[in-house]
Design a protein around this ligand. Structure first.
Ligand SMILES: C[S@@+](CC[C@H](N)C(=O)[O-])C[C@H]1O[C@@H](n2cnc3c(N)ncnc32)[C@H](O)[C@@H]1O
Length: 204
């Protein structure tokens, strides 16, 4: 859903990154298992709050920062100009060619903002963009429980295995879940989804 940020929103995000609260982005980046050579997609990269910590870890890999907002994308380019391993995609993620196959896709506080018809379109497309065996990392708030359940349900309709879930209390966003998924080769039965519990680890 295209929404351009106000000057105040941009200023607030920049300020936030200069406070100790920036660790929320860093901790999410640090939870992503990286060797350094991977091809990674940041879906809804915004100002590059997470990409800032991921790009330097990709010593021989490549990061794509994708955002539908031209203003956020321009801000992100300026913010991360020193990293030469980043490519930018300024359009609806749905228009990113599925022949681009990523080892890792992450989305930090993106999916809960999308209306249901868009979630239904975007989630299967994200999974098409992921290599078999590739991993998806999301962080979403649970303040809107219906939306959170919808996201989990749509994800579990894909060829995904839940690897891990962790619960956090995030400033301004409240209780949020990090969920790590892996794309499987074949569909198999998924147990009906129940809200994950903190520290829960899925079947290996
Ligand atoms: C709440 S912001 C999160 C930004 C960043 N991940 C963070 O945590 O700071 C969500 C971002 O997703 C982008 N977005 C929403 N729908 C999108 C879509 N369909 N394709 C690409 N980007 C999208 C928005 O423009 C926005 O920048």
């Amino acid at each position: 859903m295209k929404h351009e940020p106000s000057k105040r929103e941009i200023a607030f995000t920049k300020f936030f990154l200069h406070t100790p609260a920036k660790t929320i982005y860093r901790s999410f980046a640090d939870s992503i298992s990286l060797q350094g050579h991977e091809k990674v997609l940041d879906f809804g990269s915004g100002y590059g709050t997470v990409a800032k910590w991921v790009a330097p870890k990709l010593t021989s890999g490549q990061l794509t920062c994708a955002d539908i907002s031209s203003i956020w994308q321009a801000e992100c380019r300026n913010h991360l100009a020193k990293y030469k391993n980043i490519t930018y995609f300024n359009d609806d993620i749905y228009h990113l060619d599925p022949s681009e196959q990523f080892d890792i896709i992450y989305a930090h506080f993106v999916l809960h903002d999308l209306p249901y018809p868009e979630l239904k379109k975007v989630i299967p497309h994200l999974i098409k963009l992921l290599k078999i065996g590739g991993k998806l990392y999301i962080r979403e708030p649970v303040s809107d429980r219906n939306k959170f359940h919808t996201i989990c349900k749509l994800l579990l309709q894909q060829k995904l295995q839940v690897l891990q879930t962790n619960q956090h209390l995030i400033p301004l966003m409240g209780t949020s879940f990090d969920i790590h998924y892996q794309k499987r080769a074949l569909n198999h039965f998924n147990a009906p989804h129940t809200p994950p519990k903190s520290g829960q680890t899925g079947p290996g």
